[in-house]
Write a protein that binds this ligand. Structure first.
Ligand code: GCO
Length: 436
């Protein structure tokens, strides 16, 4: 027994990172349009991969790779370009068209509502710093679900809340590029969690048929040094006792999935927890490596040594992270697992033969999927894997300087080239992971 029969083999993207068309068809600005002076090489997301205009070509490439699913996000500023509460039909139409294109290609759409691109007007009203934001997020979630739930079954409320709170409001290297006090950060966290909980209830009510809802936090897992019972128990404890917010799993997921306060969330009242803790249909998480963020300094990744293999983001390559991540989360939260992001940046370019050879990424995917398959073989219910990303794109503060895609994008011409890893992934999908 390996991967399940309807395993959601996929790849992911996010609106601001790929769409471009930044003021088209009624769309307004979002907080990432404030990025001047904050992004490498002065890059911005105005054109990005021009996916807004090229989505048909892109879906055709997804079909060529054999994807069974595709995770994308909706641009809030396309749906509600102003504060007047009137939804923008043209913006909605784009996602209907994209969804239809996917379904016609046999690809299951997985829709993220918030992947970091808050409309600028909403930020100016206070955004995540004000409780009214909950109301705006709920209306936005309802609008999307009303418009798309006849075709879209899988939904994610928020992408990596820890990252946008830390990056956007604490350290200030991500939009909206501000630095707030610890107290404000606590308020933002509470508002974000409440928005998630209230949106889940509203989404189920607005849906045209039963839908499946999750959230996509990042996952900080600590792996055991070796597989003795003692080490495994220690890794589990460190994973769930990580005493820092943002990247520690329990900081977000204990309130959301268990209705329990965790380290650093003692400001949540019992009433808050009831709202935040709504039943979810699966446990999704983004996982790029083990350890690192937030683990006790000298134990951040006990297996690392000088010269340890790293990606072009300088992130350590720790293939077993998916196995331990899936295992620890399944034990704790008891929900089917969906890997919503995993992947690597590599120094890709088009070579003299016109192809993009990325053996490091092939190896990366191979090793990580072996770990995930091991988890599946041990009986952990895993419903899908989304490689990040379907194509090279706007990597936030690093602009276009980092390439995560299965598809190479030549930005000046917008030419797409399937990398070797895309063909490798195609064969994996074809065999449902049996060829690994
Ligand atoms: C994230 C995002 C992606 C990134 C990816 C690589 O969570 O950071 O979901 O948008 O591009 O993780 O850094």
């Amino acid at each position: 027994m390996g991967f399940s029969e309807n395993f959601l083999w996929g790849a992911a993207s996010a609106a601001h990172q790929v769409e471009g068309a930044y003021l088209e068809d009624g769309k307004s600005l979002n907080i990432w349009d404030l990025s001047e002076g904050h992004v490498a090489y002065g890059d911005d997301g105005k054109i990005a991969c021009d996916h807004y205009h090229r989505y048909k070509e892109d879906v055709a490439l997804m079909k060529e790779i054999g994807l069974k699913s595709y995770r994308f996000s909706v641009s809030w500023a396309r749906i509600f370009p102003t504060s007047d509460g009137k939804a923008n039909e043209k913006g909605i139409q784009f996602y209907k068209d994209l969804t239809n294109e996917l379904i016609n290609a046999g690809i299951v759409p997985i829709c993220t509502l918030y992947h970091w691109d808050m409309p600028l007007w909403l930020y100016e009203l206070g955004g995540w710093e004000k409780e009214e934001n909950i109301k705006y997020f709920v209306s936005y979630a309802e609008e999307c679900v009303r418009a798309l739930s006849d075709k879209i079954e899988y939904w994610l409320t928020l992408n990596e809340p820890g990252s946008f709170i830390e990056g956007g409001y604490d350290l200030g290297y991500h939009a909206p590029f501000v630095q707030r006090s610890k107290e404000s950060i606590r308020a933002i966290t509470r508002i974000t969690m409440l928005a998630h909980g209230k949106a889940v209830v509203a989404m189920r009510n607005a849906a045209k048929r039963p839908i499946k809802i999750g959230c996509a936090p990042s996952f900080g897992v600590i792996m055991p040094l070796n597989e003795t019972e003692e080490e495994i128990e220690r890794a589990r404890r460190l994973t769930f006792d990580m005493d820092e917010p943002y990247y520690s799993t329990p900081w977000w997921s204990d309130p959301v999935c268990l209705g329990k306060r965790q380290w650093g969330t003692d400001y949540l009242s019992d009433e808050d927890l009831k709202i935040i803790n709504q039943p979810l249909d699966f446990f999704a998480f983004n996982c790029y490596n083990a350890g690192g963020f937030g683990a006790p300094k000298n134990q951040s990744n006990p297996r690392c040594y000088p010269g340890y293999p790293r990606t072009a983001m300088d992130w350590p390559i720790t293939p077993d992270c998916l196995y331990w991540g899936a295992r620890f989360c399944y034990e704790r939260y008891g929900l089917p697992i969906l890997i919503t992001e995993n992947g690597m940046a590599n120094l890709d370019f088009k070579m003299m033969d016109g192809k993009v050879h990325d053996p490091q990424r092939v190896d990366f995917i191979h090793r990580h999927l072996l770990g995930l398959r091991r988890a599946a073989e041990e009986g952990i219910e895993i419903i899908g894997y989304q490689y990040w990303s379907i194509m090279d794109n706007f990597e936030w503060a690093l602009g276009y300087s980092r390439r995560f895609g299965l598809i190479y994008v030549d930005y000046p011409t917008q030419e797409r080239v399937l990398k070797d890893s895309a063909y490798f992934y195609r064969d994996v999908i074809k065999s449902n992971g049996e060829n690994l």
